[in-house]
Design a protein around this ligand. Structure first.
Ligand SMILES: Cc1cc2nc3c(=O)[nH]c(=O)nc-3n(C[C@H](O)[C@H](O)[C@H](O)COP(=O)(O)OP(=O)(O)OC[C@H]3O[C@@H](n4cnc5c(N)ncnc54)[C@H](O)[C@@H]3O)c2cc1C
Length: 544
C-alpha cells in the first residue's frame, strides 16, 4: 500500500501561476485609462475603477462560472397546458445582469447626457464584459433600442424610456431585437413575418424568428412585412406576452449563460416604429449601436487574453527560465499586447464620435470598419492567448476555453464578416462624407511615421482604383466586392496606426507599424520583426 504523507513532492504545487483574481481590471489597464481620459471620459474614471474592481473580483468570477455552468431553461407550458414561456435563470445571471443595470451600463448616455457619457459607458461595458459576456447582450440591445425609438417613434420612447433607462434591475425593463428568420438573416428583405393592421396604431404579427436573444426582455423591436411577403418591411415594438411564443433555446458554441431563442408570432400585438416600409432605417439606428458594442466586446476579449497570457508567462518556468523571458514567447506576448492596445485606442476613439454631434459621418463609417476588423481579430487572438497557457489553457478552470468559445460571436452578430465589409463599400459609394472623414482622422498623424505615410498613400491609391472607374454605383459596388475584406482591413490598420503614432509610447507605435504595416508582416501572432521593443510593449500592457 502506498501512503502519501504531508510534504510529499507529488502533492506540492510547483510552477503554476497564482490566481489573477482579485484584480482591478481598470487599474491594470494603462491603455484603457489613457484612452478614457483622451476621449473625453476623464470624469468617469472612478466609475470605471469601481466597475473594474468588482468585475475582477473573486465573487464576479464565481458568478460568471456559475451562470455559464447552470444554463438557462425554457418552460413553454405549465402543468395544465397553458403557455407560460418562462426562462429559468441561475441567481448568478441575475447578479451579473443586475450589476450591469445598476451601473447604468445599458443607459448612461440617455440618462445623463453629457460630453463623454458614451465613452464612460463604453469603458464600463468593456470592464463588466470580463465578468460574463452573455449578460452584455441584453445590456447592449437596451442601450441601442433607445435612440431607435427616439428617432422613429417619440411617443413609444416617451412611454418606455423611463423603464428602459432606469438603473433598477427589478423595476426597469430590457429591450431585445428580432430580425433574423430561417430563410434570411443578413438579408432581412427575405423576411416573411407578416403584420396585419388591427385598428388604430396597432398591428398583429404572424410568423417566426430564428434567433431572438433574451426572451425575458419586456419589449422587442421586430421586423415584419405589412401586407405579407414582399410587402412593406417595417419595424414594430412588441411587448412580450400573448401571441409571442418561444419554441426552444439554442444550443450554442458560446455565451451559454445567455438564453437565445426561436420564437413564433401568433397574432402578437405590435406598434409601428417609424413609417410603414421604413423598417430597415428604423432598426439600423439600433444596429449601429449594437455594432459599437460588438467592437467593445471583442476589445475586451483581446485585452483579457493578453492579460491572462502575460500573467501566466511571468510565473511559469520552462527549460530553466520564465516563459516571459524566452525570446519566442516575448514575441507572442508583445504581438498579443499590440493587438489589445490598438483595439482599445480605436474602440474609444470611435465611441467618442457617439458623444459628438458633428461626427456623424466618421461615426457611421468608423463603426463599420472597426466592427469588421476588431471582431475578426478576436478569435485567433483568443486561440493564441490560450496556447500561451499550454495544456492549462485547454482546461475549463483557466477560463480560457470560455474566452475562446465566445470569441467568434461578435463577428457573426449584427453583420457577419463579409456583410460588415460590404457595408463599408456601400458607405463609400452612398455616403460620400464617411470615407473622407475617416481618412482625415487617419491623416492627423501624417508625416510622423514613414511606414504609416506609405500605408496611407497605398490605401488612397487602391481606393481610387477601386471606385474611380465608370459604371453605375451598383456596378462599381459589385466589382469591388472581391477585394472588400482586404480594403477594410487596411482602413482599420490605418486608423489604429494613426491613433498609436499620435498617442501611444514610441515602442508601441513602432511595434505596431513594424508588425502590421508594410511588407514585412507575419501571418500568425508572434511574428514581429527583429528590433521591436518587446519588453516595453509587454510591460505597458500589464505592469510587471
Ligand atoms: C448567439 C446568437 C444570438 C443572436 N441573437 C439575435 C437576436 O437577438 N436577434 C436577431 O435578429 N438575430 C440574432 N442573431 C442572428 C445573427 O444576427 C445572424 O445569425 C447574423 O446576422 C448572420 O445572419 P445569418 O445567420 O442569416 O447568416 P447569412 O446571412 O446566411 O450569412 C452566412 C454567411 O454568408 C455571408 N454573406 C452574407 N451575405 C453575403 C454577400 N452578399 N456576399 C458575401 N457573403 C455574404 C455572411 O458574412 C456569413 O458568413 C443571433 C445569432 C447568434 C449566433
Amino acid at each position: 500500500m502506498t501512503t502519501i504523507e504531508i510534504g510529499d513532492p507529488a502533492r506540492e504545487v510547483l510552477n503554476q501561476a497564482p490566481p489573477l483574481q482579485p484584480a482591478n481590471l481598470f487599474e491594470l489597464d494603462g491603455p484603457l485609462q489613457e484612452a478614457l481620459d483622451r476621449e473625453g471620459g476623464d470624469w468617469g474614471a472612478d466609475l470605471a475603477r469601481e466597475a473594474g474592481a468588482i468585475a475582477g473580483s473573486v465573487e464576479a468570477t464565481q458568478h460568471g462560472r456559475r451562470a455559464e455552468r447552470n444554463e438557462p431553461r425554457l418552460t413553454t407550458h405549465d402543468r395544465y397546458g397553458n403557455r407560460i414561456d418562462a426562462v429559468e435563470l441561475d441567481p448568478s445571471w441575475h447578479w451579473l445582469l443586475g450589476g450591469a443595470v445598476s451601473r447604468s451600463i445599458h443607459s448612461l448616455p440617455w440618462r445623463e447626457p453629457q460630453p463623454g457619457a458614451h465613452v464612460v459607458r463604453a469603458a464600463m461595458f468593456m470592464l463588466w464584459s470580463n465578468a460574463d459576456a452573455g449578460v452584455m447582450c441584453p445590456v447592449s440591445m437596451t442601450y441601442a433600442a433607445v435612440p431607435a425609438l427616439r428617432d422613429a417613434a417619440p411617443d413609444l420612447a416617451a412611454e418606455w424610456e423611463p423603464r428602459l433607462t432606469a438603473p433598477d434591475y427589478a423595476q426597469g425593463a430590457l429591450a431585445g431585437m428580432a430580425m433574423t428568420e430561417r430563410q434570411g438573416g443578413s438579408d432581412v428583405r427575405a423576411n416573411i413575418t407578416r403584420a396585419e393592421p388591427a385598428g388604430g396604431d396597432t398591428y398583429e404579427l404572424h410568423g417566426h424568428k430564428w434567433f431572438c436573444s433574451y426572451p425575458p426582455c419586456a419589449v422587442f423591436l421586430v421586423l415584419a412585412q405589412v401586407g405579407g411577403r414582399d410587402g412593406l418591411l417595417s419595424c414594430f415594438l412588441v411587448e412580450r406576452g400573448p401571441g409571442m411564443e418561444f419554441q426552444r433555446l439554442k444550443d450554442k458554441l458560446g455565451t451559454r449563460s445567455l438564453p437565445s431563442s426561436e420564437v413564433e408570432f401568433r397574432g402578437a400585438r405590435a406598434r409601428l416604429v417609424g413609417e410603414e416600409g421604413r423598417g430597415v432605417p428604423a432598426i439600423i439606428r439600433m444596429v449601429n449601436h449594437t455594432r459599437l458594442d460588438c467592437l467593445l466586446g471583442s476589445t475586451t476579449s483581446i485585452r483579457r487574453g493578453t492579460l491572462e497570457a502575460i500573467h501566466h508567462a511571468r510565473h511559469r518556468t520552462v527549460f530553466g527560465a520564465l516563459l516571459a523571458d524566452q525570446p519566442a514567447m516575448r514575441n507572442v506576448l508583445a504581438d498579443l499586447a499590440l493587438e489589445s492596445e490598438a483595439a482599445t485606442a480605436a474602440a474609444l476613439r470611435v465611441t467618442r464620435a457617439y458623444d459628438e454631434p458633428g461626427e456623424g459621418a466618421f461615426r457611421r463609417f468608423a463603426t463599420a470598419v472597426m466592427k469588421y476588423w476588431v471582431t475578426k481579430r478576436a478569435a485567433p487572438h483568443a486561440a493564441e492567448a490560450l496556447e500561451c497557457l499550454g495544456g492549462n489553457g485547454f482546461v475549463e478552470d483557466s477560463g480560457m476555453p470560455l474566452l475562446y468559445r465566445d470569441s467568434p460571436l461578435n463577428s457573426i452578430w449584427e453583420g457577419s464578416g463579409n456583410v460588415a465589409a460590404l457595408d463599408v463599400l456601400r458607405a463609400i459609394i452612398r455616403e460620400p462624407e464617411g470615407l473622407p472623414a475617416f481618412l482625415a482622422e487617419c491623416e492627423l498623424a501624417a508625416g510622423a511615421e514613414p511606414r504609416l505615410d506609405a500605408h496611407l498613400r497605398d490605401l488612397r491609391g487602391r481606393l481610387e482604383q477601386a471606385f474611380a472607374g465608370g459604371g453605375s454605383p451598383e456596378e462599381r459596388l459589385y466589382e469591388s466586392q472581391f477585394g472588400a475584406r482586404r480594403l477594410v482591413e487596411d482602413l482599420a490598420l490605418a486608423l489604429q496606426g494613426s491613433l498609436l503614432v499620435r498617442h501611444a509610447p514610441a515602442a508601441i507605435a513602432d511595434g505596431f507599424c513594424a508588425g502590421r504595416l508594410g511588407g514585412d508582416r507575419g501571418r500568425v501572432y508572434g511574428t514581429l520583426p527583429a528590433g521591436v521593443d518587446a519588453a516595453a510593449i509587454i510591460d505597458r500592457a500589464v505592469p510587471a
